[in-house]
Structures are given as structure tokens and as C-alpha cells.
Design a protein around this ligand. Structure first.
Ligand code: NAD
Ligand code: IPM
Ligand code: MN
Length: 370
């Protein structure tokens, strides 16, 4: 069965001129933990393709914290700005830096580069153990379109009366019409390009009567422009249940920043685990670079052991190829991943195997070439 590029809404935007000699300028930002291990494999896969990538390595991670109080230089956004794309591993190493400081560059890239669409495809590949009963390969095939710049992640709030009995903390959920409308529209566009043309909008409108009721009203407005797409609302608690109970019912899912974060870990585990989940953080206007990264974190429990599954990073690299206009190459990478999975012989421990991160990388490159 064909694992289609499920985020086809991107591909119409820019097709590079094939006759011109050009190299895609890619910033590699491996980060912490397993980040460098999986990005090394994604890079090798990209280098095995008949396209020209010019990589620049940014060695920014939590080790910088002790000497600088930061995990990236102050001007990191300026330095990343000239690139066509950023390929990120993972950020976070609690032994070296507070987590909210370590991941700050990730959130700032999403906001500063207005990468307002976070695309997280979920596909159950042949050869992967599904932890759910009676689900065949291909029966889970959905794309979560996560709002990526505002909502619950808005940098608005504060702590007051710290250390006193009156201590208080406030974290503001902030939803704008522009931010809500553009992500919903993007999700409809994505749904329109897929076979089932179905969109599920995840909210919590029964309890969050300002933000989520607002979201629903924007959805209703935008839906008028997409009579060819069926659209259903679903409360986030029920969605968490349905991702496990009947994941086949989902095609395209649109949700706020935090709901998308949580739901996409569930989405990853039902198709085999964090090691399979690639993602794209897109600025559709292309005014700023977009960023591609596995959904997983730095996996400190397995970092440095060679056990990390590089497939999530490699699928993220495939999404990057598609975004750069190299649709055919993206398909080749996905096919090589599929061949590795279906073959079932070279597998990292999360797949029940004994092979290393780089052994899986080697096998995927072999499949790419063979
Ligand atoms: P995690 O995703 O790093 O790990 C969760 C579980 O999944 C662990 O058991 C881990 O071993 C496993 N796992 C993750 N990636 C894997 C892979 N490629 N192959 C095999 N198994 C894999 O989540 P966590 O433990 O909650 O977070 C660890 C750190 O990562 C924290 O500092 C967190 O803030 C950070 N984090 C960063 C990102 C990011 O940079 N995009 C995303 C999530 C978490
Ligand atoms: C993700 C991560 C990030 C998020 C963290 C590291 C801030 O969990 O990309 O899913 O919450 O968005
Ligand atoms: Mn997450």
C-alpha cells in the first residue's frame, strides 16, 4: 500500500528550477541526547540522494548553559534566518540545564519564524508492531495539524509573590482570529487534498468557554469555504480515547498547540513509538525558514547507547525534501524506510531488534540505492 505524502498542501508552493545548479542550504541543529545520533543518520540519507545539500552544523545544546546561562547564542534566529530549512534533533538535558531554558530555542524558532503549522503525520507501516488489537497496516493514516505559535504556548503570564503564602502563577491562553483562522484553513486545505476529505477539530469547548468556543466559531466560518470537506468537532478527552479505540476514524485533525502536543505522542505510540514520528514546522509564506524535527525528545534514557530509532528523523528529512520541492526524492526516502520496516531484519530495540541507530541508517541507505 502506498504511504502517500500526507501533507500535500505544501507541495504546490515552490518547485525549484531543475535546470539551475543549486544547493539547498540546510542548518543542522542536532541538539541534545539522541538528537545528534538520529540527525547523523538523516544527514547520511540526504547525502545519498541525487540532490545537493549544503549543510551547516550548529552545535548548540544544553552544555552551553553552565558557561553562558543559555543553550544557544543570543543571535541564533539571525544566524538561522538565511537557511532554506532547519533540521533539528532534540533539545533538553535535565542534567545540564533547566528544561524550559533548554527548549526555548525550539519554541522561539516556531514563533520567531512564524512556523505556524506543525504537521505531524501518523501512518501505520507494514512490518511495525501496532500495540492496538486488530489494526492492519495502513488503517491508521492521519495527519495532525497543530497550531504552533500561540494558544497555550503564548509567552504571557507571570509569577507573583514568589516564596510567600500568596504565591501565584498565571499562564495565559491566547487565541487570535488570525492565528486560529490560518491554522484551520491550512487543515481544510490539507483535508481537501486527501482521499477521505475529513477534518476533525479537537477542542474542549464544554469547559474552556472563551478560547475554545471562539475556536469553534472560527471553524464554522472557515468551513463555509470547504463544502467538499466533511468536518466534525471532538472534545480532546474523547479524542484521546478515540486515538486508541478507533484511530482509523481520523483523517486530518486540527487542534491547538498544547492539545496537538499531547495527542501526537499518543499518535506516535499507536503506530509503533516515538521513533517513527516525523514532523514539520512550516512557515507557508516561506518568508522565514521552516524547521523539520522528530516529534520525540532527547530520550535521555537511551542517549549515547546507539539504541535510538533514526526513522522519525529520516521521515522528517523526507518532509523537508518535499517542502523544498523535491517531492520525488521525498517519496524515495519514504519507500526506503518502508522497505526497511517491511523487511523487519534491521531494527533498533524499540522494534524488538538488536541493531544500532547507524545500522538502521545503513540499511535505509542500501534500500535507497538498491
Ligand atoms: P522523549 O520523547 O525524549 O522520550 C520518551 C520515550 O520515548 C523514552 O522512553 C525514549 O527512550 C523513547 N524514545 C524517544 N525517541 C526515541 C527514538 N528515536 N528511538 C527509540 N525510543 C525513543 O520524551 P521525554 O523523556 O519526556 O523528554 C526528554 C527530554 O526531551 C526533555 O528534556 C524534554 O523537554 C525534551 N523534549 C524535546 C523535544 C524536542 O526537542 N522536540 C520533544 C519532546 C521532549
Ligand atoms: C514537541 C515537544 C515540545 C512541545 C517541547 C520540547 C517544548 O514536546 O515538539 O512535541 O511541547 O511542543
Ligand atoms: Mn511533545
Amino acid at each position: 500500500m502506498e504511504a502517500r505524502a500526507p501533507y500535500g498542501a505544501l507541495t504546490a508552493v515552490k518547485i525549484p528550477d531543475k535546470d539551475s545548479i543549486m544547493a539547498y542550504k540546510v542548518a543542522l541543529y542536532p541538539g541534545d541526547g539522541v538528537g545528534p545520533e538520529v540527525i547523523a543518520e538523516a544527514r547520511r540519507v540526504l547525502e545519498a540522494l541525487p540532490a545537493s545539500f549544503e549543510f551547516t552544523l550548529f552545535d548548540w545544546n544544553s552544555s552551553l548553559y553552565a558557561s553562558t546561562g543559555r543553550c544557544a547564542p543570543r543571535d541564533y534566529l539571525d544566524r538561522l534566518m538565511p537557511f532554506d530549512a532547519i533540521l533539528l534533533g532534540a533539545l533538553g538535558d535535565a542534567s545540564k540545564a533547566p528544561d524550559h531554558i533548554a527548549v526555548e530555542p525550539l519554541l522561539s524558532m516556531r514563533k520567531g519564524f512564524d512556523q505556524y503549522v506543525n504537521i505531524r503525520p501518523t501512518f501505520l507501516y507494514d512490518g511495525v508492531d501496532c500495540p492496538l488489537k486488530n489494526i492492519a497496516p495502513g488503517q491508521i493514516d492521519m495527519v495532525v495539524i497543530r497550531e504552533n505559535t500561540e494558544g497555550e504556548y503564548t509567552d504571557l503570564g507571570g509569577r507573583h509573590y514568589v516564596g510567600t503564602p500568596h504565591e501565584a502563577a498565571m499562564q495565559v491562553n491566547y487565541f487570535t482570529r488570525m492565528g486560529t483562522e490560518r491554522i484551520i484553513r491550512y487543515a481544510f486545505e490539507t483535508a481537501r487534498k486527501r482521499e477521505r476529505r475529513h477534518l476533525t477539530s479537537i477542542t474542549k469547548s464544554n469547559a474552556l468557554k472563551y478560547s475554545m468556543v471562539f475556536w469553534d466559531s472560527v471553524l464554522a466560518d472557515v468551513a463555509k469555504d470547504y463544502p467538499d470537506v466533511t468536518c466534525a468537532p471532538m472534545l480532546v478527552d474523547a479524542a484521546a480515547m478515540n486515538f486508541v479505540r478507533s484511530p482509523g476514524m481520523f483523517d486530518v485533525v486540527v487542534c491547538s498547540n498544547l492539545f496537538g502536543d499531547i495527542l501526537t505522542d499518543i499518535a506516535a505510540i499507536i503506530v509503533g513509538g516515538m521513533g517513527f514520528a516525523g514532523s514539520a514546522n512550516i512557515n507557508p509564506t516561506r518568508r522565514y525558514p521552516s524547521m523539520f524535527e522528530p516529534v520525540h525528545g532527547s530520550a535521555p534514557d537511551i542517549a549515547g547507547t546507539g539504541k535510538a530509532n533514526p526513522i522519525a528523523a529520516i521521515l522528517s528529512a523526507a518532509m523537508m525534501c518535499e517542502f523544498l520541492g523535491e517531492v520525488e526524492l521525498a517519496g524515495r526516502v519514504r519507500n526506503a524506510v518502508r522497505a526497511n520496516l517491511a523487511g523487519g531484519r534491521v531494527r533498533t530495540p524499540d522494534r524488538g531488534g538488536h541493531d544500532s541507530t547507524s545500522a538502521v541508517g545503513n540499511d535505509i541507505i542500501k534500500k535507497l540505492q538498491g
